[in-house]
Design a binder for this molecule. Sequence first.
Ligand code: DGJ
Length: 782
Amino acid sequence: MILNKNNLFHITTNDTSYLMRVDETKHLVLEYYGKKIKDVEDYSAYYNKWTFGTGCSVINNKELSKTANLDIMTLELSTTGKGDYNSPSLILKNNNGYVFDFLFEKFIINKIDGINTLKGLPTPKEADEELVIYMVDNASKIEVELHYLVFVASNVIARNIVINNKNEETVHILKAMSYELVLNNNNFEVMNLYGGWAGEAKKEWSEVKHGLLLNDSKNGVSSNRHNPFFMVKDKAATLNHGEVYAFNLIYSGNHSEEVECNFISLVRIMGGVSPFCFDYELKENESFETPFGVLTYSSDGLNKASQNMHHFINNHIVSSVFRNKERPILINNWEATYFKFTQNKLVALAKKAKECGIELFVLDDGWFKDRNDDSAGLGNYEVNEKKLPQGLKGIAKKINKIGLKFGLWFEPEMVSENSDLYRAHPDWIVKHPEIEPSEGRNQFSLDLTRTEVQDYIIENVSNTLKSANIEYVKWDYNRPISDFYLENGKTGEFFYRYMLGFYRIVSEITKAFPNVLFEGCASGGNRFDLGVLCYFPQIWGSDDTDAYERNFIQSGLYLGYPQSTIGAHVSAVPSQSVLRTTQIDTRFNVAAFGCLGYELNLNELTPVDIKAIKAQIKFYKAHRKLIQFGTLYQFSFMEKANHSEWMVLSSDKKEAVYGYFNGIQTINPETTTVRLKDLKDDSLYKFSARPQEHNLKEFGGMINYVLPVHINPSGFLMYELTKHKTMGSEKEEYIVSGDALNNGALKLKQEWSSTGVDENVRVLLDFGSRLYYINEVENSNK
Ligand code: DGJ
């Protein structure tokens, strides 16, 4: 809801208030952002107050105010040259230089129907209301529109700016952040997600000290280095308590987020397109629009801030076709075969997958001409008939006949030097006219700033999608951009225009094939962002499929992104990422908190593993809606507690799935207490462990304590035995009240400590885990 009183704007969502006003000097300032406060007659008590200003400062306009010093004002739009010495959100340059001062001109409030979508960038869908504030620099006549979209139920405000050049003189935009706000320092720390290939979304915690913290990407995409999602939180805030602000950006290219604490401890926060190598020329009557930034606030810790973001993404980012639509369980042949497959191998894999209950078969990289390793072929896109003699149509038909949907891998933004496309259009790659272009993974980036390249990709991908019954696409992207260049001195616009090209391509293709499920991928999570999610409802989280590593990666991603958007697979052991061996059920338990897939050769598994997989899939299907779209909670982080706990809760609070993940096993482990949140206090719930099986090898020589005859724990007999026999895990089931679950009254059975084992001992092992299903058995009617 947007309230306006004499140029004071009070934006409210279910739980938050964002209060701005136009001050005496016509600048727009933020007076409060936090927990929802009441509408009052007179808001002046909430204003920042200055009677004498501060020393060593510049007064903006002494006629209007003796204290208006931009350096210490809580500006919603800051720029250069008029006494603000913090990092500005807008840097412009015209023939007269860098001096600009944007003052309030007018505002409008749009109800749902009046809200414009951005021209070339993804826009969040179905906002409740929009506030547009127009600011003008009187000398240059440049106008800046500040757009605030309100999403009441998500507790989210999305903001962007549009710059309109109303002057005949060209202006250069050197920096234009989407959102900017200034908060009073509340002993803040920043949590951001850093990483690299296969090690994405690691949490970093940094105290906000006087000075500037920067989170950015410069490699052409949102990147695995620093995700655009981050949090600014009270240092004391925990998962379920305390103040947390969270931010994201609906954009997939270079981005930059700044948190600057100034000399009077005001904290300026901003985010948007990165100013790195950015210089956008705006001629008379032209406009430049930034992507939308996303802002939320929680007074109840990290979980609530994440849940706000999740609600927003599930309801306003993901396309309506896939909104709350259950995602299929897939088998992907990549880690099972890599490039070495034949049609028969794929069919055999698909048959086994069907037997296990899998629903979709994904044919990964290597299906087209000359693509037998990663050195050639990108850009050929005619099927490799040696591998697939009946073409895509043939393999899709065979897969469909087995009873699975068929999905296909693409990497349309790239080209190999050794390919038909490169031979035909060597000039279509991103390159400098006088410098040899550099390769990454033996490939070049196609120049998506060019319309003919965009048209080619749209046509080519569309033709392939029409050529067979393809119901899913994995859209990969495997190298960062280098050698960027645009003609006529426009290279400063390259990265932004590349993204406009990308969005045109994916928007046209997804519009033409609305029912195809697209999964974004960029060597795993090198482009995991809200821009991609506007077109592709899910993204492959990481090439690291080791269950322990994945625990960290998914936990980081959950802070900003819901589980319904994260592709997560069970793969073979030892893991091909870190050569670690984890139990088959742990691999499932981690992947189950996402869009579940399997990525291993099912035909090489033992009968007991196949049995385990069948049980996993049965469990996942029975609770899929809850798992994929329930409200997600984290109760501990692996990096802090040597274990992690995740829960998904249904919106009616009648059922939940709770996962407990062990780190390194210790001797004499602590008692495990279950402390959840938001179950109905007065209801009774059944809390039951999903039965798991132990591989007998886990017990080594101790197996001889229970066998009637002695066997060699590393011998052939043991090997044969473990293919067919397992030992059941502990049995654990209780009827407990919601308040007991919410307050930590429930204790789990004793954990293994080397002194004995029966059905009352939880044998977890290093990296072991359990899932528990919780369902209401007696209703409190609350
Ligand atoms: C990188 C992806 O993340 C992998 O899953 C796989 O699709 C390979 N590319 C194929 O080249």
